[in-house]
Write a protein that binds this ligand. Structure first.
Ligand code: 5AD
Ligand code: FES
Length: 349
């Protein structure tokens, strides 16, 4: 059938035309998904074996100057309890994380002007100095080329900035007017050019999203050639304009993970927290669909619930050690293992 042929074509040629993407997404079925996931696992095994990389996520501020309609820490959410971690608290998260076997720290936060460029650079430099064998990933939104360069020179290795949707019209529907897809893309190209291992990604099932828009996402990822792509279902947050919308589905998210693995076999692909939120076995299913990374939380439990991008986020009551142990167990149950490794992108063939 046509869907399988399109999966074969994607695997052979690493790209599809817009109309083919749409046909593939709309023609998907449980059988086609199984066919896809087998191929995805074959590529996953070829490059990464049964290893799953971990990154320790440190959510260091939930202040944000932006007002994205989907996000629980948007600036106009007056109910969000705002916090910032101190440098000492962040270093403490790294220390705990290092002992637990994390060799990548992801510093994620809202776009918070209270951390100056200099402070961020010192933070990155301080972590790098204390843990020279670790990779530092930043996820602090849109910044200037100059700022990205300074942070890179201070020791940051990777940067996560999801494009959220590669369709202009949909981008405008999800974001306030001062944000643009064009600038988002510019940031991503700047990051790559500077030398960051760069991650992008998008939300699956955001309100009003169509197959044609998802086709744009896949084509944009093909064009950018990032090192990572984080995709997760949209999950509504009760204090946002999208409170009453429905969440993206497990089924579509898994299918897209499989397609990304087959399109770009070496891509670092997380089984995201949002995926674990909409289904109790979501992250395991993500790995079995082709993902190879998990990003448990290292933030102090005292602030976990406050970094609430969407409702019912998992792991908000669990200590870092519990999450590590929990994921160890979950990965072993499906025949994979968490490794103590920076988990860099495999450049060599
Ligand atoms: N549902 C799912 N993902 C969300 N994000 C933000 N808000 C939501 C939501 N309501 C994702 C965005 C962002 C990442 C840090 O979290 O894709 O890039
Ligand atoms: Fe956090 Fe399972 S990963 S409790």
């Amino acid at each position: 059938e046509q869907t399988r042929q399109l999966i074969d074509k994607l695997e052979a040629e690493s790209r599809l035309a817009r109309e083919e993407w749409i046909a593939l997404l709309e023609g998907r079925s449980p059988d086609a998904a199984e066919y896809l996931f087998e191929k995805a696992r074959k590529w996953q095994h070829k490059y990464y074996g049964n290893k799953v990389y971990t990154r320790g996520l440190i959510e260091f501020t939930n202040y944000c100057k932006n007002d994205c309609k989907y996000c629980g820490i948007r600036r106009s959410n007056r109910n969000a309890q705002r916090y910032r971690l101190t440098r000492e608290e962040i270093m403490e998260c790294c220390r705990t994380g290092y002992e637990l076997g994390f060799r990548t720290f992801v510093l994620q936060g809202g776009e918070d002007g209270a951390f100056s460029q200099k402070e961020l650079e010192e933070l990155v430099g301080g972590i790098k100095k204390a843990y020279p064998d670790c990779a530092i990933t930043l996820s602090v939104g849109e910044r200037s080329h100059e700022s990205y360069l300074g942070l890179f020179q201070a020791g940051a290795d990777r940067y996560l900035l999801r494009h959220e949707t590669a369709d202009e019209e949909h981008y405008r529907k999800l974001h306030p007017p001062e944000l643009s897809l064009e600038h988002r893309k510019k940031c991503l190209y700047d990051l790559k050019k500077i030398g960051y291992q760069t991650g992008t990604g998008f939300m699956v099932g955001s309100p009003g999203q169509t197959s044609a828009q998802l086709a744009e996402d896949m084509m944009f990822i093909r064009e950018l050639e990032p090192h990572m792509a984080g995709i997760g279902p949209f999950v509504p947050h009760h204090d946002t304009p999208f409170a009453g919308e429905s969440a993206g589905t497990l089924e579509l998210t898994l299918f897209l993970i499989g397609l990304l693995r087959v399109m770009m076999p070496k891509l670092l692909l997380p089984a995201t927290t949002a995926l674990g939120t909409i289904d109790p076995k979501g992250r395991e299913k993500g790995i079995l669909a082709g993902a190879n990374v998990v990003m448990p939380n290292l933030s102090p439990t005292s602030v976990r619930k406050k970094y609430e991008l969407y409702d019912n986020k998992i792991c908000t009551g669990d200590e870092a050690a519990e999450c590590r142990a929990c994921l160890n167990r979950r990965m072993e149950q499906i025949g994979y293992k968490l490794v103590v490794d920076r988990g860099d992108y495999k450049e060599e063939s």
